[in-house]
Design a protein around this ligand. Structure first.
Ligand code: NAD
Length: 358
């Protein structure tokens, strides 16, 4: 076995069905009594339900304007609301956008942050915060950004629309894929990556037919936790950089872009990462020992959109994206070669199946 370094990060995880009922006990354990609840406009009903049924109105308020990519003007309004309402903590109920707002408030105010994730994006267990100001998204990492407690309540994922269930789940698998070949990979995180991929790759196809299946939802959320933990512990490479460029420069949707790019990014790195491919192939059903094929099969079963063109990316943007993707050096298992990266982006744009000839 190669040498490695492993740092365990603090994590308090409460997992199960109906676990939101543990929120009052968690607040009193922390000597907190006046939380500000956060949601997007689409999920205020979840926040209101927590306020009325779980906390019986004992909250500082509900701020229901969380927005994708965490714009700083929204954060400033939320911080002002938290201060004027004397909030002593934050409870974010939602996906990466709402949890991002919770992180942004917490790092500015020092307020304790409890996250209640309702997608599979994984932000709740990472020290990473991406914020947008003046049209530019900047990402930073700080251990203080990581929420103090995560309450995974499977029941809140039952309403996740089928399309977002599929793409958010593949977004999570992308964290595991890149963790398996990370520069600072280690055996513990590789175990989580394999188990996380297996959990999602088996449960997501079931959810396409039966989105309310408690058993499949539970397996998927468990997989999302494991994959998020991978993202929070080791460095990511080409796939995450490309998705960041595509999302930021061409305003492409987060989970859908990850879903389209992932098999192509894996096929680009494949020649350099045989052990990661072996482990992934083991975790992906019907892979026949070929991880790229396994991902193609999974995406076909999930009936997801395969081409970036469908989300408004123009053919002329392919070269622009390739230029940006190769302009800033970063670590990747395979050297970044413009011609091959351009072809990767072209295939993702056109919606082709990934092939192992990049
Ligand atoms: P999202 O949070 O933007 O949610 C998408 C939509 O789905 C929203 O309208 C939301 O209210 C709705 N929704 C979420 N859960 C639902 C549920 N259970 N039922 C019904 N509706 C529901 O989507 P996302 O993909 O989770 O997050 C994307 C954002 O998170 C991006 O900005 C991305 O950069 C960020 N992110 C950050 C990290 C990190 O570590 N910092 C990790 C992953 C994603």
């Amino acid at each position: 076995m190669d040498g490695f370094e492993y740092t365990a990060h603090p994590a308090r995880i409460i997992f199960g069905s109906g676990t939101i009922k543990k929120l009052p006990g968690e607040l009193s354990r922390l000597n907190l009594s006046h939380p500000l609840l956060l949601s997007t406009p689409e999920q205020t009903s979840h926040a209101e339900q927590v306020k009325n049924d779980v906390l019986h109105g004992k909250v500082a308020g509900v701020f229901g304007q969380a927005t994708m990519h965490t714009p700083t003007d929204v954060t400033e309004r939320a911080v002002e609301f938290a201060r004027s309402s004397n909030a002593d903590s934050i409870v974010s109920i939602g996906g990466g956008s709402t949890i991002g707002l919770g992180k942004a408030i917490s790092i500015r105010t020092g307020l304790y942050h409890i996250a209640v994730p309702t997608t599979y994006a994984g932000s709740e267990v990472t020290p990473i915060l991406g914020e947008t100001a003046g049209g530019r998204k900047e990402t930073r990492s700080d251990p203080k950004i990581r929420p103090g407690t995560v309450i995974y309540d499977v029941d809140y994922t039952l309403t996740l629309p089928v399309g977002l269930t599929a793409t958010s789940g593949v977004n999570a698998i992308a964290h595991a894929v890149e963790a398996l070949y990370a520069q600072n990979s280690n055996p513990i995180i590789s175990l989580l990556a394999q188990e996380g991929t297996r959990s999602l790759a088996t449960s997501l196809p079931e959810l396409m037919n039966d989105p309310k299946s408690q058993r499949a939802r539970s397996t998927a959320l468990y997989g999302a936790w494991l994959c998020g933990t991978c993202l929070g512990n080791v460095g990511m490479s080409l796939h995450h950089k490309l998705c960041h460029v595509l999302g930021g420069s061409f305003n492409l949707p987060h989970a859908e872009t990850h879903t389209i790019v992932l098999p192509h990014a894996l096929s680009y790195n494949a020649p350099k990462v045989p052990e990661a491919l072996r482990r992934l192939a083991e975790a992906l059903p019907e892979s026949n020992g070929d991880a790229v094929h396994g991902l193609n099969v999974l995406l076909a079963k999930l009936k997801v959109q395969r081409g970036l063109e469908a989300f408004g990316m123009k053919e002329s943007d392919i070269d622009k994206a390739a230029d940006i993707a190769v302009s800033n050096p970063y670590w990747n298992p395979r050297e970044i070669e413009r011609t091959a990266v351009r072809e990767l982006i072209r295939r993702a744009w056109a919606g082709e199946d990934a092939r192992s000839d990049l």
